[in-house]
Structure formats: structure tokens, C-alpha cells
Design a protein around this ligand. Structure first.
Ligand SMILES: CC(C)(COP(=O)(O)OP(=O)(O)OC[C@H]1O[C@@H](n2cnc3c(N)ncnc32)[C@H](O)[C@@H]1OP(=O)(O)O)[C@@H](O)C(=O)NCCC(=O)NCCS
Length: 217
């Protein structure tokens, strides 16, 4: 078996326009991984993923190789649903050459922090059959929930159309499927609920309202 060349270092960062050159590699890597797992995926176009990079809603991992070249190592992006009341960190992929190095965990931590910063009141959920993802979700404070607790945004559920198990989902009226639903509810992570008018007052006092709105759009 061919021995893998170890990277010198791995950088995990919020992607921008300069990373568009990796989009096609990302899409191919996601597609090939889905074939290996025998599952479906929410298919995304080059333009869709590139836009995530332009909007600072994507995280990329890049490997610096001993010969000085840079290689794509991993990726994930953020999607908002139901008028930004729900958020998902989607499309998590680590290139097979760089697995088992803790890259997925670093990507997940950064997309999660980015989502929490931009939409602090949104519920973050995950619909997955992946053991590694369930483990990372649990470490971040997601809890298993029923499908009723997820968004009813049709655009989200359309993503399941590409999955081999979509028939099961349809038969059960979206109440059950092969995947496990997990949810991080920001309100449950605070000992007391702060009324919206108090939050608005704090934002006014700190002159943050305009700025934070900008970040959330
Ligand atoms: C799943 C995937 C993203 C993991 O990437 P990775 O960089 O190798 O993962 P990490 O090294 O960061 O490991 C993160 C955690 O998951 C665990 N893990 C990783 N791969 C695992 C596997 N195949 N089975 C069970 N646990 C696994 C690790 O032990 C680690 O847990 P720890 O922090 O408690 O030790 C990668 O294998 C992949 O891209 N797979 C194909 C696509 C996919 O399945 N995406 C998820 C869609 S739901």
C-alpha cells in the first residue's frame, strides 16, 4: 500500500474568495465519500459553495506539505433555515489522506463558533448517521431530539431528496428516518432567559445594534 505523506502543518480558517479554486475538489471529495458510505447527500453546486465562501459562512482546512505545496484537507459550511431561527453546519468532509488527525473536530468547532457568533439566538441542529459527527455534536452540547423539533423549512428537507433513504422519510411523514436528529438550543444553555427588550437595551448601550445586525445578515 502506498504510504501517505504527512503534512507539515494544517491550517483551519474561515474561507474567503481566495479559496474558490478548491470548490470543485471539495465537491468531488464529498461525492466520493457519499459513494463509499452508501448514503446520499444534499447536492450543492459550485456557485452555492463559492457563495458560502464569499459570505464568510464556510470553513476550510489546508495542509502545508513538506515540498511547500498546499493541499485541500477539509471543509464545512453554514446554512440558515426558517428565517434564521435554525442553523446547520453542513457538508463536513475531511479528505481521506488527512483523516484521524483531529481536523474534523477543528472544522466543527470553528463552524459552530461562527454560527453562535452570527446568530446567537438560533437553534443549531444536525441530521446525521455519522458516528464521528454524533460524537462531536455531543461534545458541543447538542442533544438528541425528535424530527418535530427541527425546522419545517421546505428548503432544508429538500436536501434529503438526494439520500438513498428518502423513501423511509416520506413514508413516515418526516417523523422518523435512518438519521439521528440532534439540537443545540441556545436558550437551554443559559440559567435564566433574558427578555428580548433587555437584550435590545444592552445592544443600544454598547452601540452594537447596527454592527451585530450587519453580522447576522
Ligand atoms: C467523518 C469525518 C469528517 C471525520 O474526520 P476526521 O478529521 O478523521 O475526524 P477527527 O480526527 O477530527 O475526529 C473527530 C472525532 O470523531 C471520532 N471519529 C472520527 N472518525 C470516526 C469514525 N469513522 N467512527 C467513529 N468515530 C470517529 C474521533 O475519534 C474523534 O473523537 P474524539 O475527539 O473523542 O477522539 C471524515 O471521516 C469524513 O470526511 N468522512 C466522510 C464524510 C462524512 O462522513 N461526513 C459526515 C457527514 S454526517
Amino acid at each position: 500500500m502506498e504510504e501517505l505523506i504527512k503534512p507539515e502543518s494544517i491550517q483551519v480558517l474561515v474561507a474567503d474568495e481566495s479559496h474558490e479554486r478548491y470548490v470543485d475538489t471539495i465537491l468531488t471529495t464529498i461525492e466520493e465519500a457519499a459513494k463509499v458510505r452508501g448514503t446520499g447527500i444534499a447536492k450543492r453546486t459550485h456557485e452555492y459553495v463559492a457563495n458560502k465562501m464569499f459570505e464568510a459562512k464556510a470553513v476550510i482546512a489546508l495542509a502545508k506539505m513538506p515540498d511547500g505545496t498546499e493541499r485541500f484537507a477539509g471543509f464545512s459550511y453554514i446554512e440558515t433555515w426558517g428565517n434564521k431561527q435554525y442553523v446547520t453546519t453542513s457538508g463536513l468532509i475531511v479528505h481521506p489522506d488527512f483523516r484521524g488527525l483531529g481536523i474534523a473536530k477543528k472544522i466543527k468547532d470553528l463552524t459552530f463558533s461562527l454560527a453562535r457568533t452570527r446568530w446567537p439566538h438560533a437553534k443549531i441542529f444536525s441530521l446525521t448517521s455519522g458516528k464521528a459527527v454524533m460524537k462531536m455534536n455531543t461534545q458541543l452540547g447538542y442533544l438528541p431530539v425528535t424530527f418535530d423539533d427541527l425546522t419545517d423549512d421546505e428548503a432544508f428537507w429538500k436536501g434529503c431528496e438526494g439520500c438513498v433513504n428518502v423513501g423511509v422519510l416520506r413514508e413516515r411523514n418526516r417523523k422518523f428516518c435512518i438519521c439521528t436528529a440532534m439540537l443545540f438550543d441556545p436558550e437551554e444553555h443559559l440559567p435564566a432567559k433574558i427578555p428580548q427588550e433587555v437584550i435590545a437595551r444592552i445592544e443600544r448601550l454598547e452601540g452594537r445594534a447596527a454592527h451585530s445586525q450587519e453580522l447576522r445578515d
